[in-house]
Design a protein around this ligand. Structure first.
Ligand SMILES: Cc1ncc(COP(=O)(O)O)c(C=O)c1O
Length: 456
């Protein structure tokens, strides 16, 4: 016999034989329409009982891999006999350089493992059995209660547990909001210019156009809004780092109310203000027209995929429905652990500790920049806050591309402003330094490496 598909089989039982045959049909070694050996000859060949082969064939006939006809040889089925698909290529993951200054990353090594473990243990111990069923797409009530309290206390958000929706990251939150806006017939969304490019694709995916609205030292230029919805980062503009002035906040809240606009307050790093108390959220000025969006990605870890929306009442129903349709609710134990963390005070403690660390890092970075020998020394822009600082490059000095090239050669990972502009044309050059990303022990050498990149 010449067939090679069973070459490695030694006295197989019927399950092993079935698997080998199934694999041979899938990968095309047994071609569609070809005869399989008779049960008698295959049993002889393999030194097994004929009934073992018969059971394997019967199984594969029942599954549709083989076709048996009365009085005719059994053949490989036509439709299923296509060769197996090659594996879909994995998207290339850029290797992270040795010194990591990517923006938007907290120090992952400071994740409060012990507190999270204790919170998870309590959650697992105390969760009522009924809560293990499908839950509320809006999120577990315990977390929503904890969040409503925390957000009122720390971010001056005016909301109730009933208006909160727990999401799988802000990315999903923006996706749900974009979907809701598209369903309501909105055709465009305004973003600050510059802003985070990976977020523009989200409303664009729902067929909406994205407009860039200029940002100056007071935040977004409200007089230039073009759409009925706008995404803003009032506490700490990403990436320029300015905080929206009180006059602009009032102007935006007023316009939103008068013209029934929807403002999305992306409070991605609002907890981290170093020079004064954090500003309250914009949402508190106009809860009927402003959506508050917060995330655990900067305070704890992006991998948690936990974020929250505090919605105007009219949006709760539609967004809840969309959340139901996109995977129901966020995973229960993460929600409950997060609730425990907040209610026990461990979350506030962790945020306070992180704030002190990042403040210090920002100061060290400032000192290092001031001590630079370079003729064209970059200047930090924006307020003292957040996990990143944008350094304005001297137009006479190295270009963004030159800085990126030097960074790559010194294994330093950072970003430049260029890709963050929505409007075409020339823009002031800058480098975005995420100083929270390195772990504590790596911060000093990482800073040295950064300075060597920026120093001519
Ligand atoms: C501007 C901005 N907002 C929000 C987020 C948080 O997104 P997520 O909660 O999906 O991690 C990020 C993350 O990088 C961001 O850059």
């Amino acid at each position: 016999m010449t067939v090679g598909w069973f070459a490695g089989l030694v006295h197989p039982d019927s399950k092993q034989l079935t698997e080998a045959l199934r694999a041979a049909v899938r990968d095309g070694s047994l071609a569609a329409g070809s005869r399989v050996p008779s049960t008698r000859s295959l049993a002889q060949e393999l030194g097994i009982a004929r009934g073992t082969v018969t059971r394997a064939y019967d199984q594969l006939v029942a599954e549709g891999f083989l076709v048996a006809r009365q009085g005719a040889p059994t053949v490989v089925a036509e439709l299923l006999a296509t060769p197996a698909q090659p594996d879909a290529p994995e998207p290339a993951q850029p290797g992270v350089a040795r010194w990591d200054f990517r923006s938007g990353r907290p120090d992952l090594s400071s994740f409060p493992r012990r507190d999270w473990l204790a919170a998870s243990r309590r959650a697992l111990r105390d969760v009522p059995t009924d809560d293990l069923d499908y839950g509320d797409p809006q999120g577990h009530p315990r977390l929503r209660v904890a969040l409503a309290g925390y957000l009122a206390r720390e971010r001056a958000v005016a909301t109730t547990p009933g208006n909160i929706i727990v999401c799988n990251g802000y990315t999903q939150a923006l996706s749900l909001l974009s979907n809701a806006l598209a369903d309501q017939g909105e055709s465009s969304v305004d973003f600050e210019d510059p802003s985070a490019p990976h977020l523009w694709d989200i409303p664009a995916g729902f067929g909406m156009s994205v407009h860039g609205i200029p940002v100056d030292g007071e935040g977004i230029d409200v007089s230039q809004l073009r759409s009925r919805a706008v995404v803003v980062t009032p506490a700490h503009q990403f990436p320029l780092g300015v905080s929206m002035s009180s006059a602009r906040r009032a102007e935006l809240a007023r316009r939103a109310k008068d013209e029934d606009l929807l403002v999305i307050d992306d409070d991605y790093d609002g907890e981290f203000r170093f020079d004064r108390q954090p500003m309250g959220s914009l949402q508190g000025m106009g809860p009927d027209n402003v959506v508050y969006a917060g995330t655990a990605s900067k305070t704890l870890a992006p991998a948690l995929r936990l974020a929250w929306l505090a919605l105007p009442s009219r949006l709760v129903g539609p967004v809840r429905e969309l959340k139901r349709n996109s995977g129901l609710h966020a995973p229960l134990f993460e929600q409950l652990a997060m609730a425990e963390l907040i209610l026990s005070g461990a979350y506030d403690q962790h945020v306070r500790r992180s704030r002190a660390t990042y403040r210090q890092r920002r100061e060290h970075l400032g000192e290092a920049l001031r001590g630079m020998r370079a003729k064209h020394r970059p200047h930090p822009a924006g307020i003292s806050a957040g996990l990143h600082v944008t350094l304005q490059l001297d137009p006479e000095g190295p270009t963004e591309l030159e800085v990126l090239d030097r960074a790559r050669r010194r294994s330093v990972e950072l970003q430049v402003l260029g890709p963050h502009w929505l409007s075409p044309g020339s823009h002031p050059p800058g480098v975005i330094v995420g100083y929270a990303a390195p772990s504590d022990h790596a911060f000093r050498p990482a800073l040295q490496a950064l300075v060597s990149v920026l120093e001519r």
